[in-house]
Design a protein around this ligand. Structure first.
Ligand code: FEO
Length: 173
């Protein structure tokens, strides 16, 4: 049985993950519109990954005999001044998500919910990677500045990103 406080925190996180998905879909559509097919591809995969994160949490709630409650998803931004601006927004958002995950972990510790602490480990590691990746692209875009060729090459690099099923879902396939 999932402890109520933990269940509520995870349900809030499910909403946050779907909000993240919607944010990255919005970025993907924005950059597709601006002619950056590679950046659009990168954010489209990010969109899929965030849905996966929500699914991992939903599967977990169900496996602990809890109840998933899907709340409305708030609106997201629809415009970014530049790719650099979007990656800065991505990093800021991922840092916020990290603190949300850490908060759920704290609730699980307080409630002595060891299974939830164990499940959250994958997300804690994932957040390190998410922040590091966004930081890497911020560094690259700051070096590129207004150099059109640099932007063109980075867009080409981001076009090569492919989707892979995250481990907690792959093990269910
Ligand atoms: Fe679901 Fe980007 O963290």
């Amino acid at each position: 049985m999932l402890i109520k406080k933990v269940e509520e925190a995870i349900n809030a996180q499910i909403n946050a993950e779907f909000w993240s998905a919607y944010l990255y879909l919005s970025m993907s559509m924005h950059f597709a519109n601006k002619g950056y097919a590679g950046i659009a591809n990168w954010f489209a995969i990010q969109f899929k990954e965030e849905q996966d994160h929500a699914t991992i949490f939903m599967n977990y709630v169900n496996s602990r005999d809890g109840k998933v409650l899907l709340a409305p998803i708030d609106a997201v931004d629809t415009e970014w001044a530049s790719p650099l601006d979007a990656f800065k927004a991505t990093l800021a958002h991922e840092q916020k998500v990290t603190s949300l995950i850490n908060n759920i972990f704290s609730v699980a510790v307080e409630e002595k919910d060891y299974a939830t602490q164990n499940m959250l480990q994958w997300f804690i590691n994932e957040q390190v990677e998410e922040e590091d990746t966004a930081r890497g692209y911020i560094d690259a875009l700051e070096k590129i500045g207004d150099n059109g060729y640099g932007l063109y090459m980075l867009d080409k690099e981001l076009a090569t990103r492919t989707y892979t099923t995250p481990t907690p879902l792959a093990s269910k396939e």
